[in-house]
Design a protein around this ligand. Structure first.
Ligand code: ATP
Length: 694
């Protein structure tokens, strides 16, 4: 559905009022407000008591509306449970038919969600909890659902993916890496298959035909990056085939003529972004760029220039070519074209199309006849001593440094002079992650830690952030922050705490801000004889495995905070009764949500767990927040101070807020500039994704 303004598509969200999550709220407050134990239903109206607490007086109209939907879904359950697999599938097909005939997805939601829940129960032995249904409804309505880590985002995602796929335009799930895309897709495939859906997985190494097949599936899992590159490649293809006329064609999904190569995507309809904070906020500015010329094509072009130059002296005026009096164009005669076809060619040149070869020959002949060394140009040593062509200005006779002839003339001269041929590699297409996701008419996100970026999400993507209650009351304990004078004292205290925890058998996870700090801590732990594993962002698959095992008895893991993201830390038997996992945060990050991500590794799904934040007066965050002068003063205080310094604790969160605000402003400025650039380009008839400045 092309929207009138391709950059501001109409979202499926209802009126987006104040966010339900207050970014300034102390996140811990909600963690302790657990409520009732995990029961399936409180027996009153089929809604679990866990949710009951959410819908008490003061609940927003939106929440009350969702609750009514949930009741409808739950009412369908007994009926569906009694039906066999074939009937379930038939129901699913009937829903698809209704959606394709134009019935509103919102009206199909209760039955669709009840079906997905039943399919999950049968195929995966996982019945969506009521809180997951609420998460699913919130995602369908175009929100970012903040669900605590370990609450089952993977299963929740199946709900909106299924519902949106019914309209037959595809539903995408964007993750942060190939590994997670594959793992989640394979995990959820049995559920989708029960309902007659197909699942596609995009991996970086996939070729075009297999990508096309994956996008043709009902639901497609892949990384944000691959979705972006496929969008760009398709757009380049459409332009090459003259099928992309104006930006107003939207994503080019409609009206293909059907000849030649086909794009791999069949449009961008709905995208659910996993780890939304990381993809939509942290990566927002990352540009995805496709070079205009691939290496093999480049080699082919270079060889064809050389082939042209080598044979140019053999062509005779009037016999092989003529010069148009008016346009001064060089044109091959029939005999000239015959000559082009018959002269010897290397394997690479032979693969060039004939029409192109004629053009190469004509250009080389023109250059041979008209462009004379020491007249129109000179050859001089350029950068790094390599000889290069410098144009002689025809009016002033001076050297025009840095200027180049266009339309391949410059390269043809380089070939004639046997110099290195400067085939441009420039950007052919470019899009930022932010722009990419703004192109989806329906966008939603899931994350464990969006509360701190709620304002930004809403402002940029118009996706309100909704905190979804946990299925089981969280029992994560925050231990008092520990402020030390400097990093050495801080690390020493961290090692002591690790030793103590280790003696009780509880697993410890230590998060650092950088790789070198994780290496330093690892050294100190080794000196104390503590066995441990170190993780940094090198091998995602191996890391996922280590993180998974980090919940073993007496395990110590040091990790940069991004390591092993999206992987479930499972507590080994017996660890829970010892107090669960203990997480040590060694420093504040620029974004509070990164800290919360680390904290979320413990106390998953109602498990016990604890964490402590360590800080020191020489932490980077102080410099980022208050500037070098104040940071230096604090550092000096820290150097002489001994013991804990609790009076300074508040300073750190203040600094973090300042840094967050600065990053936020930067991102808004980028958004503004990008918008202006695109507007300007459209006004002059350019494509903002393909006509990119080099
Ligand atoms: N409805 C359910 N019934 C039974 N088990 C469930 C259910 N939902 C989730 N789980 C289990 O909870 C665990 C965590 O699920 P998942 O990995 O999707 O969490 P997550 O929210 O994505 O966590 P993270 O933020 O770390 O990525 C899984 O082991 C899954 O099997």
């Amino acid at each position: 559905m092309p929207s009138s303004d391709p950059d501001q598509p109409n979202r499926a969200t209802d009126s987006i009022d104040a966010t339900d999550t207050d970014p300034a709220t102390d996140s811990e407050a909600s963690e302790s407000s657990g409520g009732a134990p995990p029961t399936r239903s409180d027996g009153r109206d089929g809604v679990s008591s866990q949710l009951g607490s959410v819908f008490t007086t003061g609940a927003s109209p939106r929440m009350l509306r969702w609750r009514r939907k949930l009741v409808q879904i739950n009412e369908l359950e007994p009926e569906l449970t009694g039906e066999d697999d074939v009937t379930l599938r038939k129901r699913s097909l009937a829903l698809r038919y209704r959606a394709m005939s134009g019935e509103k997805l919102a009206s199909l939601l209760p039955e669709a969600y009840a079906l997905v829940r039943e399919a999950g129960r049968r195929a995966l032995n996982m019945r969506h909890y009521d809180v997951q249904m609420i998460g699913g409804i919130c995602l369908y309505e175009g929100c970012v659902a903040e669900m605590q880590t370990g609450e089952g985002k993977t299963l929740t995602a199946t709900l909106p993916l299924y519902l949106h796929s019914l309209s037959g335009k595809g539903a995408h799930l964007a993750t942060v890496n190939d590994y997670l895309a594959k793992r989640d897709a394979e995990w959820m495939t049995p559920l989708f298959e029960r309902l007659g859906l197909t699942v596609g997985i995009i991996q970086t190494a996939d070729d075009q035909p297999s990508r096309r097949k994956s996008y043709a599936a009902s639901v497609t899992y892949g990384t944000a990056k691959e979705f972006g590159f496929d969008f760009l490649r398709d757009r380049l293809l459409l332009r090459a085939q003259n099928r992309l006329q104006t930006e107003m064609l939207g994503d080019g999904a409609d009206g293909f003529s059907g000849s030649g190569d086909q794009p791999v995507m069949r449009g961008m309809h709905f995208c659910l972004v996993d780890e939304a904070d990381s993809i939509l906020i942290d990566e927002a500015r990352t540009p995805l760029i496709i070079g205009s010329i691939e290496d093999t094509v480049r080699d082919q072009i270079v060889e064809t220039y050389r082939w042209g130059a080598e044979h140019a002296p053999e062509y005779e005026l009037d016999e092989h070519y003529i010069i148009d009096d008016e346009t001064k164009q060089y044109e091959l005669t029939a005999k000239g074209r015959q000559k082009v076809r018959s002269i010897k060619k290397s394997d690479l040149v032979r693969t060039v199309g004939l029409v192109d070869l004629y053009e190469f020959a004509e250009r080389s002949i023109k250059v041979h006849a008209e462009f004379l060394k020491e007249r129109q140009y000179v050859v001089r040593p350029g950068e790094q001593g390599k000889p290069e062509i410098v144009i002689v200005d025809e009016f002033t006779g001076r050297l025009a440094e840095g200027r180049k002839w266009r339309d391949g003339i410059h390269q043809a001269i380089e070939a004639k002079e046997n110099l290195e041929i400067s085939v441009p590699t420039g950007q052919a297409a470019r899009i930022t992650i932010q722009d990419l996701f703004l192109r989806y008419p329906h966008l939603a996100g899931m994350t464990g830690t969006a509360a701190t970026s709620a304002r930004e999400m809403k402002k940029i993507y118009r996706t309100p952030v909704i905190r979804v209650p946990t299925n089981r009351p969280p029992r994560r304990v925050r231990l008092k922050d520990n402020v030390m004078g400097d990093i050495e004292k801080k690390f020493a205290a961290i090692v002591e705490e690790t030793v103590e925890m280790n003696q009780t058998g509880r697993p410890v996870l230590i998060g650092t801000r950088s790789i070198d700090k994780s290496v330093r801590l690892s050294q100190l732990l080794t000196e104390r004889g503590i066995e441990h594993k170190v993780l940094n962002a090198n091998n995602v698959e191996a890391e996922a495995e280590i993180v998974e095992q980090a919940g073993g008895e007496g395990k110590v893991t040091v990790a940069t905070n991004m390591a092993g993201r999206g992987t479930d830390v499972k507590l080994a038997p017996g660890v829970e009764s010892k107090g669960g996992m203990h997480v040590i945060c060694t420093e504040l990050h620029d974004a509070a949500r990164v800290d919360r991500q680390l904290i979320g590794r413990c106390g998953r799904q109602g498990d016990r767990g604890s964490y402590r934040q360590y800080l020191s007066l020489d932490d980077d965050i102080l410099k980022g927040g208050f500037g070098p002068d104040k940071a230096e003063r604090l550092k000096r205080i820290g150097e002489t101070a001994t013991g804990e310094l609790p009076a300074y604790a508040k300073l750190f969160t203040k600094a973090q807020r300042k840094v967050e605000r600065k990053h936020f402003r930067d991102r808004m400025v980028l958004l503004h500039h990008e918008k202006e650039r695109k507007k300007m380009q459209r006004e002059i008839g350019q494509d903002p994704y393909l006509d990119t400045p080099d």
